[in-house]
Design a protein around this ligand. Structure first.
Ligand code: GCU
Length: 657
C-alpha cells in the first residue's frame, strides 16, 4: 500500500493489517503518554514508530494524550476516547487499556482528530480472549508441524527447536494486541512426546516466548498431556486421585511459575481421539480437571479443559450412539463439581467445526461452570485457506444465538469463561496462506472483544488498514467475501448434514468418505432420503438436550430451520422446504448456484489487478482458481451422488454427470 501497488513488493513477509501506512495519520503529530506500567513503554514505542513527536512536561497541549490512571474508572483493559480543546484523549485504568486505546486510535484513522469525534467507552465483553496454536515442535509424520495448519510451518519452532530469531513472533504479538487478544496457547492440543516436555526441560522455550508476548499484554498457556506424570515424570500412574500424581502436578506448576510468573495455565484434551485421560483410572473429568486446577490455583493459573470428548471408535452399524450427544452426556452430570479455575472449553457446535451446525447444548446446560466458546479460525472444514471464506458473519450468528430463547441472553453473554479460537497462522509470507484469510484472524479478535460488532464493518476496517481507502478495492473485496460463507455452504454438505469430506485431510468432497467409518459422522443417505434423526420421538434424542424452546423447535419438522434440517431429521428427498423446493431440488440448485458464485468471485478478484499489491493479487488469483476447481468438484460429486441415490431428475433439466 505504500507506493505503487503494482510494484511487486519483495514478499519477505506481508504486514497484515498494520503496514506503516496504517499509522500515516499519526506521523508528525504530538503525543503525550502518561502513567505507570510496562505496557505504556510499548505505547511509547508504537508512537515513536509511527513518527509522532513526544511532548515533554505534562503534554497537555499534545494532539494525542494517552493516560493510564485509576481516575479513568474504566473496566480492566477498557478505555475511553474523547476529543476536547484540540486534543484527542485516551484514558484507561490500566496500562493494557491504554495499549488497546492506542490501537483504537490507529483504527480510527484521520477521524481520530476530528473535532466531531464522539466520546466513547470501549470495554471488552470477555476478560479471556485467547488464540490456540496447534503447533508441534517437531514435524508430525501425518499432521505436519501445525495440525490443521494451512499456512506453512510454525512461526515458533523450526528444526525441532525454538527458532533463534523470534522477531516474527514479536510482530505477531503486536498484531494480536492490536485486535485485543490477551492469551495464546503455544502448542497442539494433541500433545506428542517432544511437546510434553515443554512442561519440564523445555520450560526455557516457554519462558522465552512469554518474554516476547509480555510487552503486548499477552499471557502464554501450554497444552499439557494428562499422562505427563508418567511420560515425563516417571511415575507409574496418572490417576488424578493418587497422592504422588497430585504432588507431581503441584510441583510441575510451581516450577513453571518460578520461570514464568504470569503464565496463563494449561489447555487439556483428555480422553479424546486417543489422548490420555482420567477414564483409564475409573475417574471422571471433574477429578481430572481439578487435580490440575488445584496445582495452578495458588499461582492464579487456569485450566482450559476441553469438552470435545466422544467415542471415535464407534461401530457405524450402531444407530443408537450419537457423537453429537457425547459432550453433554459426559459433562452435564459434572456441573458444579469443577474447581473455580477450571474453564470448560466447548466447540461452538456439537460435532466439529462444520460449516453449519446448531450451537452446542453444553453451553446453556453448564450453569455452575465457567464455559469458554471455542471457534476455529483455521479453516479445517471451510476450505483450508485455499477457499476465500469470511467467517465473521457465521461467528456473529453463533454469538448472537439466544440459547434460552428469544429475549434471553445471547450465547456471547452466556459464556463466562471467554472466547478461544484455533489460529490460522503459519510461516507463510502472508501469515495465513490466503491473504483474505487474514480478515478472519482480524475479525476473530474484534468479535472476541465485542460480539456486537457488525461483520461488514469489521471487514471494512480490515480492508482500510490493510489496503488503504481505495473504494474500488473495498467494493471488490467485499463482493468476494461478503456472502462467501454461505457460498461455501451452498457447494459443500447440504442442510446441516456435515462432513462428506475426504477422510484424513478433510479437504474436498467424499460423500461416503466417513459413512462406514468409526468416527460417528454419518449422513445415512439411501434411495429414499437423507439426514440424521436426532429427535426425542424417534431418533437419538439429541434434540432433547436443548432447553426450551429449542428442543421443541428442533424436534418438529414444522419448525426446524431449513438450514439445520438434515442435522436433526432424516427426510425423504421429496420433503418440501419452507421455500417450496424439495430437498433434492435444493441440493441440485445450491450446488450449481454455489459453484457459479465462485466463477463470479474469480471475475471480481480479477478486477482488482493493479489495485492491490501484485503479490497479494497473484496469490489470490491462484487460490481462487483452486477454489473454482474444488467448488466444481464438490458440485459434481454431491449432485451426482444424490441423483444416483434418488433417481429424481433435476427439475431444471441440467446435465448432472
Ligand atoms: C478435529 C481435528 C483434529 C483436532 C480435533 C480437536 O477433529 O480434525 O485435528 O485434534 O478436532 O479439536 O481436538
Amino acid at each position: 500500500m505504500t507506493g505503487d501497488p503494482r510494484e511487486v513488493a519483495p514478499i519477505g513477509e506481508h504486514p497484515m493489517w498494520l503496514p506503516d501506512a496504517a499509522t500515516a495519520h499519526l506521523r508528525g503529530r504530538t503525543v503525550a503518554v502518561r502513567g505507570a506500567g510496562r505496557l505504556l513503554e510499548t505505547v511509547r514505542g508504537e508512537a515513536s514508530r509511527a513518527g509522532m513527536v513526544f511532548e515533554e512536561a505534562g503534554g497537555d497541549g499534545a494532539d494525542l494524550v494517552i493516560e493510564a490512571t485509576t481516575d479513568a474508572a474504566t473496566a480492566p483493559e477498557g478505555f475511553e476516547v474523547s476529543r476536547a480543546g484540540g486534543a484527542t484523549r485516551v484514558r484507561a485504568t490500566t496500562d493494557s487499556g491504554a495499549l488497546y486505546g492506542w490501537f483504537h486510535v490507529v483504527r480510527l484513522g484521520a477521524t481520530a482528530f476530528d473535532d466531531t469525534l464522539p466520546t466513547a467507552r470501549h470495554e471488552p465483553q470477555h476478560a479471556m480472549r485467547m488464540l490456540d496454536h496447534w503447533d508441534n515442535v517437531d514435524v508430525h509424520p501425518v499432521m505436519g508441524q501445525v495440525e490443521r495448519g494451512y499456512a506453512g510451518g510454525s512461526i515458533f519452532f523450526a528444526d525441532g527447536r525454538l527458532r533463534d530469531d523470534l522477531s516474527r513472533v514479536e510482530r505477531y504479538a503486536r498484531l494480536l494486541a492490536s485486535i485485543g487478544i490477551n492469551r495464546v496457547g503455544l502448542n497442539n492440543v494433541n500433545v506428542h512426546a517432544r511437546e510434553a516436555r515443554l512442561l519440564t526441560d523445555g520450560l526455557g522455550i516457554v519462558a522465552r516466548l512469554a518474554d516476547v508476548y509480555r510487552p503486548w499484554g499477552i499471557r502464554v498457556h501450554l497444552s499439557a498431556s494428562f499422562a505427563a506424570p508418567i511420560t515425563v515424570g516417571g511415575l507409574a500412574t496418572a490417576d488424578p486421585l493418587d497422592p504422588d500424581v497430585i504432588e507431581w502436578w503441584a510441583d510441575a506448576a510451581a516450577r513453571v511459575y518460578r520461570e514464568i510468573p504470569d503464565f496463563g495455565g494449561f489447555v487439556v484434551k483428555a480422553d479424546s481421539e486417543g489422548q490420555p485421560g482420567p477414564f483409564a483410572y475409573g475417574r471422571d473429568h471433574a477429578d481430572g480437571a481439578n487435580v490440575l486446577a488445584r496445582a495452578l490455583a495458588p499461582h492464579d493459573g487456569i485450566v482450559h479443559w476441553r469438552a470435545f470428548v466422544y467415542n471415535h471408535r464407534q461401530d457405524w452399524r450402531d444407530r443408537s450412539t450419537d457423537r453429537a450427544r457425547a459432550a453433554y452426556d459426559h459433562f452435564t452430570p459434572l456441573d458444579g463439581r469443577f474447581h473455580e479455575n477450571v474453564v470448560l472449553q466447548v466447540k461452538h457446535g456439537p460435532m466439529d467445526f462444520q460449516v453449519r451446525e446448531p450451537v452446542s447444548p453444553v453451553i446453556p446446560a453448564m450453569r455452575e461452570t465457567a464455559v469458554a466458546l471455542e471457534l476455529q479460525v483455521t479453516q479445517e472444514y471451510t476450505g483450508q485457506q485455499r477457499h476465500a471464506v469470511y467467517l465473521a458473519p457465521w461467528w456473529r450468528e453463533i454469538l448472537d444465538f439466544p440459547p434460552f430463547g428469544d429475549g434471553g441472553p445471547s450465547l456471547a453473554e452466556t459464556v463466562r469463561g471467554g472466547i478461544v479460537a484455533v489460529s490460522n497462522v503459519g510461516d507463510d509470507p502472508f501469515w495465513t496462506g490466503h491473504p483474505l484469510a487474514q480478515a478472519n484472524l482480524y475479525a476473530y479478535g474484534r468479535l472476541a472483544w465485542d460480539a456486537g460488532l457488525d461483520p461488514g464493518a469489521i471487514l471494512d476496517e480490515w480492508i482500510a488498514l490493510t489496503f488503504g481507502d481505495d473504494e474500488d478495492v473495498r467494493r471488490g473485496i467485499r463482493s468476494v467475501l461478503d456472502d462467501s460463507w454461505l457460498t461455501y455452504e451452498a457447494y459443500t454438505a447440504p442442510l446441516g448434514v456435515g462432513f462428506m469430506v475426504t477422510p484424513g485431510s478433510h479437504y474436498g468432497p467424499s460423500v461416503d468418505g466417513y459413512e462406514y467409518s468409526p468416527w460417528g459422522t454419518y449422513h445415512f443417505a439411501d434411495r429414499d432420503g437423507v439426514g440424521v434423526d436426532r429427535t426425542v420421538a424417534a431418533g437419538t434424542g439429541f434434540a432433547g438436550q436443548y432447553p426450551s424452546p429449542w428442543r421443541e423447535t428442533y424436534e418438529s419438522l414444522e419448525t426446524v430451520p431449513d438450514e439445520l434440517l438434515l442435522f436433526f431429521h432424516h427426510v425423504p428427498y421429496e420433503h418440501v422446504l419452507r421455500n417450496g423446493k424439495t430437498v433434492i431440488q435444493h441440493i441440485y440448485d445450491t450446488h450449481i448456484d454455489g459453484a457459479d458464485a465462485v466463477d463470479r468471485k474469480v471475475a471480481e478478484w480479477d478486477e482488482l489487478e493493479g489495485r492491490v499489491p501484485a503479490d497479494v493479487f497473484a496469490r489470490g488469483r491462484d487460490l481462487l482458481a483452486e477454489q473454482q476447481r474444488s467448488a466444481r468438484e464438490w458440485r459434481d460429486h454431491v449432485c451426482t451422488y444424490f441423483w444416483r441415490k434418488s433417481g429424481v431428475p433435476d427439475a431444471g433439466d441440467r446435465v448432472i454427470p
